[in-house]
Write a protein that binds this ligand. Structure first.
Ligand SMILES: [Zn+2]
Length: 154
């Protein structure tokens, strides 16, 4: 990246952060020649990600849908909207980083659960109960016990 001040042909990235969910990256750069700093925004081309559902139907991955699922799971939990968005972006980034054009809805569910389990167990159980559609209460209790056990093993 060319320096806008002295046109030196190279620059060093001093800081990168994702903005707007996960599709844009803001970089602070420093010119090794004149030492001045400038900011660039990079938006990576979003390749469409297809989601295969259990019944074989396909639909486009929808980050808004993912976010609303997370918001539901975190209802009345001490978690800021920004933080929830951040979790959503992390999940999306992880899904896209597989490099597959098509992923299963199951993979999304499992990935969400893995992330939620780390940050909020109530949100995890809520999401899991909707996602797994536990056939009966015993199934649900087993899942909670597994979770508690994993918590103790840590
Ligand atoms: Zn420069």
């Amino acid at each position: 990246m060319k320096c806008p001040f002295c046109s030196y042909g190279d620059s060093r990235v001093v800081d990168s952060r994702a903005i707007d969910g996960s599709t844009s990256i803001r970089r602070r750069r420093e010119c090794p020649e004149c030492g001045r700093r400038f900011t660039t925004y990079e938006k990576y081309e979003e390749t469409p990600l297809l989601v295969t559902k259990k019944d074989g139907r396909r639909e486009l991955f929808d980050s808004q849908k993912l976010l609303s699922g997370l918001i539901k799971a975190f209802e009345k939990r001490p978690m800021s909207y920004e933080k929830i968005q951040e979790i959503g972006s992390d999940i999306e980034r992880e899904l896209r980083s597989q490099g597959e054009a098509e992923i299963s809805s199951e993979l999304i569910g499992e990935t969400v659960m893995r992330h939620l389990e780390k940050v909020d167990q109530i949100a995890y159980v809520r999401f899991a109960s909707v996602y797994r559609q536990f056939a009966d209460v015993n199934n649900f209790m087993q899942e909670i016990q597994k979770m508690i056990k994993r918590g103790q093993d840590k």
